[in-house]
Structures are given as C-alpha cells and as structure tokens.
Design a protein around this ligand. Structure first.
Ligand code: XMP
Length: 507
C-alpha cells in the first residue's frame, strides 16, 4: 500500500491532514517530528508532509526533523511552520511578520504543479505570526497573499514545496486540490486505501492467531466493530464479555445481548454485576472516587472471568488511531482532567497480548467499517457514552431511584430529539439528576419532587462544547413528558453552560 507520512510538529490540525489524504484513498500516517531516518525509510513512504506547529524556527529549541530528511529524495510539502522549516533549512530567512489569522486571498503565480487547477486566486486560511523574508536558492514563489510575498514556494527539481496556508481546513476553498496535486501528481501514489481492502487485510492478519481471543464489549461502536472483525477471522474462538454494571442506558443490556447473541451469533457472556457496582457506590458522593470505583470493579470482574474461563493469550481492544497517537506523541494535560477508565488497568500477571484491529483508523472510518460489516445504523450513529456510565450523570450518591429517573428521562430526551430530527445534529443529549427537590402541583395536590437537568451539547471532539439552542417546542415536549411520565420529578431545567468552564458530564 502506498503511504504518505505526516510529521507532527504540534499543530491542532495535524490529524486533519491525515484525514484529508485518506479521503483521497491514499493511506496517511502521523508520526512524531523527530522520527529517525531509519524508521522513516522502513515505512517506505511516497512523500512527506510537515505539519504546522506553534513554534518559531528561529528559536533555539524549535522542533526540527532529522537533517537527512531532504537527502532521501522524497517529495516534501511543508505547511505553515513546516513551510518555514523548509525556508530556513535551505538557507532562506524567516522572521516575525505581520500576523495573518483567518481568511486571505491567495494569488496564484504558477499553476503548473502544486497549485494546478486553482484558478487565478482563491481563499486560503492563514494562522501564522512568522513568514519567509528571503527565499532560499533554487526556490520560486508560486503563490502570494497581501501580507506574504512567498505564501507558496516550490523547488521543482528537488520536489520540495512550502505553503503558508492550511490546505486541510475547510475554510481553504481549494485546499483538497492542493493536497491532491501533491499526493497524487507529485508523489505519484496509487489510490489503494479503501476500507474494503482494510477489512480484507485485517481479517487475513488476524486469522494467523491460533488461540482464543477475549474481547470486552461496551455496547459502543468501537468494541462492536473490533469484535466483528475478529469474529470474521477466527469465528467462535472469539469470546466476548459484557459486564452489566447497572449504569447503562434504559434497556441497553438487553439490546446489546440481543445484537451480539442473536444477530451476530457470537460467543457472548453477559455478567450481571449490577448489585456489585451499586453496593460499592453506596454512600460515595465524590465524582473522582465514583470513577475510580467503577474502573476498579470492571478490572476485578474481568480478571475473575479470565481466571475462570482462561487461559487467554489475547485481549482485544477497540483502540482508535487518535488514542494511539495521543499516548505516544502528545501526552497533554487534557488527558488527566478526569480519570478516564479503560481496560488498560488489567493486572500485568494476566500476561495478555493486546489485539487492536482499529488502531490505524479514525472514528468515521470505524463507522464505515461497521457499515461494511453490517452493524445496525442505530449503533453506528449513537452518541458517545461515558465508560463509568450513569454514575457520572447521577449527581451525588448513586441510588436505584436516581438511576431509574436518569434512565427514563434520558430515553425521553433521546426519543424527542430523534423525532424532531435533532439527534444526529448534536454531540450528546441526556438527562442528569441530583438530590435537589422543588415543589410542583399535580391536580390539586402539592408534590415535592426531583429536579431533572436536561443537557444537550454541540461539539466536534468533546474538548470544547456549546449548549445546543434547541427550539422551544422541542424543549417543551421534553419537559412535559419527563414531568408526566417519570415518577418523582417536579421540575425540568435546561443546562446552558458551555465547556469550558463547565464539562459535558456533571460528575
Ligand atoms: P467531559 O465531561 O470531560 O466529557 O467534558 C468529555 C467527553 O468524554 C466523555 N466522558 C468519559 N468517557 N470515561 C469515558 O470513557 C469517563 O470517565 C468519561 N468522562 C466523560 C463524555 O461523555 C464526553 O463525551
């Protein structure tokens, strides 16, 4: 398979460059900027992209790629900081300049290769404080803006190109065309990255495993698609385990069991651990403690299962490409804002090898693979759900009463959003409940019932989120139904806090 390697210099758009190239059916991989020349050669790429990044090339500690990178004769495209690296590396000058943020008009000076098919001028997205002051020898200007005389440069002999703008963002009108020119015409890659071929190759790789594989199922899309891929390769040697912790959405445990056992015909064990989780959570109100308990209990139950049913050599996980990159390249503080639990806490003496069939895929690619493998649309499009489940949506102590309210009210929120066509437009939507009570009147009687909070948010990556401006008639229906249909609820409130300063989940 032909591949393009993207060197990550820390831009928030680095992943997006890979995504856009993959959309051209060419496989792209993100690697740390300081990858060694040996490792790079081993990957056998057809071309290299330098991402943007927050640094300035003239600072002493600025991130630099290996100096040998320009000697291997591969086409290189530098974006923003990557563009400045190229200017600097070949003997030009970069200096602090007129800051250019947002949309600029890029005038095309030469449309023979990188900027082919771009017309005379086009809108391009800029985000930089440094710019080229003098060009290195052998380079020519192929595009400029009002503030950057060298917004696009080329050394056609060496096939080294630099662009000050970001072709990967949607605000750059013909950004895809620039990437297409580089990847298909300059690097001459074959368009052989398709998800059908991914399924075929992965299944054939996994078929080489000759022992049982254990897979923890959460009901979410990642573990579901991972399990289906593995099942396709090794059939009933895949053993799936689903822990019912009592913190799931209304009827979720039944739906998951039905899907895995009856629809997919998998070897599927459901462990009813509702009481274990609830009793450990009794009396606990601190959000972090609740997360820790849920994580610990998961690991304990999983470990007990492997001891009774093992030995297993392999554990399958639905790890995705951004998780792999996060853990290896940019371990930022964001990861520890809340303790996120996963099966990573399993004791090392279990000695399980990890099988991660989705480790090279982005979420939307997993969705497409799921579609190829016949996962129901309802699962593919379902909103993300936190690992510790409803324990983070029940504020304060987790009690059976509060859990029931949370489940029923959330189901109403989901149903009403589906009916009104809003479900697919929002990131997450649910109801939370705490210990607050308020007075209501039902018929002639006063009732002192719970206050339910409805939370609906828009987001693209959960790092930031805005509350969704739902139409008042949808809110009204949700509110009426919750107070009428869910026992012990008197008031419904709508959360109008964004993230930051709030978070998406209340606990
Ligand atoms: P917050 O509440 O931090 O949530 O704004 C961001 C996204 O992550 C989900 N979330 C979790 N997922 N374990 C998970 O697997 C957790 O402990 C956890 N906490 C929050 C949340 O639903 C949202 O999509």
């Amino acid at each position: 398979m032909d591949r393009i390697v993207v060197l990550d210099f820390g831009s928030q758009y680095s992943h997006l460059i890979c995504r856009r190239i993959r959309d051209l059916s060419v496989y792209a991989e993100l690697v740390p900027y300081d990858i060694s020349i040996e490792e790079l050669k081993k990957m056998n790429p057809k071309g290299i992209v330098f991402s943007g990044g927050p640094a300035s090339v003239y600072n002493k500690d600025s991130p630099q790629p290996t100096s040998k990178i320009f000697e291997i004769g591969l086409p290189v495209l530098g974006i923003c900081y990557g563009h400045q690296l190229i200017v600097n590396n070949f003997g030009g000058k970069v200096k602090q300049s007129h800051k250019e943020y947002g949309s600029s008009i890029l005038s095309i000076d030469n449309d023979s290769d990188l900027l082919a098919g771009m017309g005379k001028s086009t809108r391009a997205w800029m985000s930089h404080g440094d710019a080229a002051e003098t060009l290195p020898k052998g380079f020519e200007v192929i595009g400029h803006t009002e503030n950057s005389f060298a917004a696009a440069i080329a050394n056609k002999q060496k096939l080294v190109y630099g662009i000050q703008f970001h072709p990967e963002v949607v605000h750059t009108e013909k950004g895809i065309q620039v990437l297409k020119n580089f990847v298909l015409n300059i690097c001459r890659t074959k368009q052989d990255w398709t998800l059908e071929s991914f399924v075929e190759n992965t299944v054939s790789e996994i078929s080489k495993i000759d022992s049982n594989v254990l897979c923890g199922i959460s009901g979410g899309i990642d573990s579901t698609v991972a399990a289906l891929l593995i099942q396709k390769a090794i059939g009933s040697r895949l053993k799936c385990v689903f822990i019912d912790n009592g913190l799931l959405r209304l009827n979720e445990e039944k739906e998951v069991e039905e899907m895995f056992k009856n629809n997919f015909g998998m070897h599927f064990t459901i462990i009813d651990a509702k009481e274990r989780f609830l009793s450990r959570l009794r009396g606990v109100t601190d959000p972090e403690k609740k997360r820790m308990i849920v994580g610990e209990e998961f690991v304990k139950i999983f470990t007990e299962f492997t001891e009774k049913n093992g030995p297993f050599k392999w554990l399958a996980q639905g790890t995705l490409y951004p998780d792999v990159i996060e853990s290896g390249v940019s371990k930022g503080p964001a990861a520890v804002i809340k303790t996120h639990h996963n099966v990573g806490g399993l004791p090392s003496w279990l000695d399980l090898q990890i099988l991660e069939p989705l480790r090279y895929l982005y979420k939307d690619e997993v969705r497409k693979v799921g579609k190829i493998l016949g996962v129901p649309v309802k699962i593919l499009n379902r909103h993300p759900f936190p690992g510790p489940g409803l324990s983070v949506r029940v504020i304060g102590e987790v009690t059976p009463e509060k859990l029931q309210i949370c489940k029923h009210a959330s189901k109403i929120v989901e149903d009403e959003l589906i009916t009104s066509g809003w479900y697919d437009k929002v990131w997450q939507a649910y109801a939370a409940v705490g210990d607050d009570r308020a007075v209501g009147v039902v018929g002639d009687e006063r009732k002192y019932g719970r206050v339910v909070m409805v939370r609906v948010v828009d987001s693209i990556d959960a790092m930031t989120a805005d509350w969704t401006r739902l139409p008042s008639d949808v809110l009204e229906r949700i509110s009426n139904r919750i107070t009428n249909e869910v026992e012990d609820v008197a008031w419904v409130s709508y959360v109008v806090s964004s993230k930051p300063p709030a978070t998406i989940e209340p606990q």
